[in-house]
Design a protein around this ligand. Structure first.
Ligand code: AP5
Length: 222
């Protein structure tokens, strides 16, 4: 029988490196990357009704209301590609009500990866972050600079990536994180996110490899 696809959640404070690690994880494991923040930014860019409302909250560093986010993420999770290839859920759930909604829908991950980075480093990461609008790749002016002048000239910055706004996002994170962590404590793997991105990935890769090996043992095929 075909193995069940992997279902992975990745979590951590703002700018702890979730998006960066998701690029590396999808390259190796072929999972469908579903980022709540990216789904919301698509709506904001399209200036849809949901997008206009979401932007008000995102600018304040607050959580966008559940009535916008919950169905948006659920629908993406239930699409055929996510079901067939497996999924990598980034930045969701972010509150006890979102975690409860997922459990109610019967959506449960195999593993919950928690990136740990000291708070002092997060502001520097946010302020130096740049994005390539053409490829979606994440850069940092100091830690992950663009490969060419051409790329450098087209990089953009997120509207919520200022020192003031990241402090608000951190405050929101602290208010909600414990409730989410307690939901997934039995399947949580803590990763040191304060090393070079390749070394962060090596820890995640080891955890996912172990999970897949464990499954094979459990299914009696080893
Ligand atoms: P979201 O887009 O999810 O933002 P976030 O959680 O603040 O996380 P970031 O995307 O800022 O950071 P990241 O952890 O992906 O780090 P990255 O890899 O880019 O959410 C934005 C807003 O949307 C929220 O404030 C909220 O309003 C709303 N929202 C989202 N989800 C929601 C939900 N579930 N419910 C309600 N509202 C929701 O890395 C950051 C920088 O550091 C980059 O420049 C990178 O190059 C660099 N870097 C990465 N790794 C390393 C490393 N190991 N060493 C050095 N530098 C590194």
């Amino acid at each position: 029988a075909k193995a069940e696809p992997l279902k992975v959640m990745i979590s951590g404070a703002p700018a702890s490196g979730k998006g960066t690690q998701c690029e590396l994880i999808t390259q190796k494991y072929g999972l469908v990357h579903i980022a709540a923040g990216d789904l919301l930014r698509v709506e904001v860019a399209a200036a849809s009704e949901n997008g206009k409302r979401a932007k008000e909250y995102m600018e304040k560093g607050e959580l966008v209301p559940d009535e916008i986010v919950v169905m948006m993420v659920k629908e993406r999770l239930l699409q055929p590609d996510s079901q067939e290839k497996g999924w990598l859920l980034d930045g969701y759930p972010r509150s006890s009500s979102q975690a409860a909604a997922l459990e109610d829908f019967g959506i449960h991950p195999d593993i919950f990866i928690l990136l740990e980075v000291p708070e002092d480093n997060l502001v520097e990461r946010v302020v130096g972050r740049r994005l390539d609008p053409l490829t979606g790749k994440i850069y940092h002016l100091k830690y992950s600079p663009p490969e060419s002048e051409e790329i450098a000239s087209r990089l953009t910055q997120r509207f919520d990536d200022t020192e003031e706004r990241v402090k608000l996002r951190l405050h929101t994170h602290h208010q909600n994180v414990e409730a989410v962590l307690s939901t997934y404590k039995d399947i949580t793997v803590k990763v040191n996110g304060n090393v070079a991105k390749e070394n962060v990935f090596a820890q995640i890769d080891a955890a996912l490899t172990e999970l897949l090996e464990q499954r094979e043992v459990n299914s009696g095929s080893l």
